[in-house]
Design a protein around this ligand. Structure first.
Ligand code: NAP
Length: 265
């Protein structure tokens, strides 16, 4: 075994699979990994948006492959990883595809609850299931974008919160099951991030934006690049001892109680 493999690092050029890559955090992660020379296999259910976001990508020497796939579609994921395996296998999976639907248990209907659980939780399971054999061969890593709603309650987000707690539990189990096989599994738990998903969540109540922003000790929401930098770190040599880590990336929002007197003017 080479010393590079001993350190849990890929022996050849990094092959990265990024889901939800047509928007927000996933697009930022894809650009960040392309910048460091990875081949990227980008998945989204909206292939037209994926094409337009990466139409002018300037990545000489790297492979950029775009796939239309829903992360709840096991057959599509199987086919996708077969293609990645034809390129040598996968070293790095960053799972960003996700959905949010608002509502308490009274407000949210059964179909919406099932939809959120299907995409966010079952989608993570199916992606991990299909990626794991290849990750084990390449001693790679799997990073899920969970949420601060995966470690604490969130009023009005019953289904989303349940799904993200599930993702955190799944990642912890994966870290125990597959860490010994050389695959590091971690989750990033962002607070609010400036993406189209956030715009959609605040569409009906725009004043919520300012209200919530004031509750962040650092005084601003995260930017997609903040998340992309952490995902890049986790999957870099510097992150090679991270396994089973559930990392808050929320400007201090979940650090404890925050009085309004502490908020920046
Ligand atoms: P986004 O801008 O909506 O991007 C998510 C992308 O994933 C979209 O292109 C979306 O397509 C796609 N997608 C959704 N369901 C999919 C599926 N079943 N299969 C394949 N692709 C699918 O959202 P984002 O803010 O970047 O969120 C990325 C991840 O971070 C999500 O898991 C989210 O829960 C998490 N997160 C976000 C925030 C935040 O404040 N933005 C905070 C904490 C955690 P559609 O547009 O068609 O749905």
């Amino acid at each position: 075994m080479s010393s590079q493999q001993d350190m849990g690092l890929p022996a050849a050029r990094e092959n990265a699979v990024i889901t939800g890559a047509a928007s927000g955090i996933g697009a930022a992660v894809a650009r960040r990994l392309l910048d460091r020379g990875a081949n990227v296999f980008l998945i989204d259910r909206d292939i037209d948006r994926l094409r337009s976001v990466f139409a002018n990508v300037d990545a000489p020497g790297e492979t950029v492959k775009l796939f239309q796939a829903d992360v709840t579609d096991n057959a599509k994921l199987k086919a996708l990883f077969a293609e990645v395996d034809a390129h040598g296998g996968v070293d790095n999976v960053v799972h960003c595809a996700g959905v949010a639907r608002l509502g308490t248990v009274i407000e949210i209907d059964e179909a919406s609850f099932d939809f959120v659980l299907d995409v966010n939780l079952k989608g993570t399971f199916l992606l991990a299931k299909n990626a794991m054999p290849s990750l084990m061969k390449r001693r790679g890593c799997f990073t899920a974008i969970a949420s601060d709603a995966g470690t604490q309650g969130a009023s009005g987000y019953a289904a989303y919160c349940a799904s993200k707690h599930g993702v955190v539990g799944l990642i912890k189990s994966m870290a125990l099951d597959h860490g010994p096989q050389g695959v590091r599994c971690n989750a990033i738990c962002p607070g609010f991030v400036e993406t189209p998903m956030l715009d959609q969540l605040f569409a009906d109540n725009p004043s919520d934006r300012g209200f919530y922003e004031k509750t962040v000790p650092l005084g601003r929401f995260a930017r997609p690049n903040d998340v992309a930098e952490l995902a890049a770190f986790i999957s870099s040599p510097a992150g090679s001892y991270l396994n089973g880590a559930i990392i808050a990336l929320d400007g201090g929002s979940t650090a404890g109680y925050f009085s309004s007197a502490s908020a920046a003017d």
